[in-house]
Design a protein around this ligand. Sequence first.
Ligand code: MG
Length: 296
Amino acid sequence: MRIEPQTNPICNSIDACELAQERARGAIWTPAMHLLRERTGGANHRVKRSFTVLALSPVTLAVLLACFCCAGAAGDRKASSGQKDSLPYVPLRKPASNSVVLFNGKDLSNWRQPDGRPAVWKVKDGVMTVARGNIVTDETFSDAFIHVEFREPYVPEATGQEKGNSGVYLQGRYEIQVLDSYGIKIPGTGDCGAMYGQYAPLVNACKPPLEWQTYDAIFRAPRVDQSGRVVERARITVLQNGVVIQNNVELLGPTAGHLDENVGNPGPLLLQDHGSPIQYRNIWLVHLPLKGSDKY
Ligand code: MG
């Protein structure tokens, strides 16, 4: 059953505001918002208190009153912390101290379109939303640890590759698929967490749409000889939401939609526009030393 949206949504938290805005753009967020609230029991429901004073000793009454006041103060602090009616919020994982922060949460100063034009994705409240065209980082890398957080919209009518499609391309060449694959028992090579078209994820570690998810990838770039011939293929290990979904797989080559085939060169991180309003935040990488890892 479809739950009709409220006519005047309460916009009292970042997530609630985003949801209202997304709904105005046509995405159906409200049913999922209700589902999430039901599932979590809400973040900050007011507790109605009623009690009857019985014949208690003065000492007992004093203890009860002290406890009640403390509970009331704690409730006030919670109410003033902005949690009221908010959706479950996964805290940002702090970037590693030696990381390169690729998305600063404020603007797209470290990003551009592949042809060099300015990136035009929307940025608000520390989150970027897919708009027109793929975007790439100015930063390039070879071996690296990469952390990305993303959130799927709630689009129950969409199916297959149209259901919240995007992608995280390492070096602009190897796509970790981003898709709403929540609930799929046996994910395939096109599902979320797949190395697109090559390796399905070991398990389906997807969270439902509207929940923030994480990718942590350990990427070993291909090794090439002096003529540019690949002598060792790229390898990747990926954790989704803390679960290993790719275990040191050997990539067969760049995946579909790759930026170029100069596999011996460093490359940027590319985020894919596939026509869905995927959201990203907290993106950073740690360059890994090649020395000591020059032979697999
Ligand atoms: Mg994709």
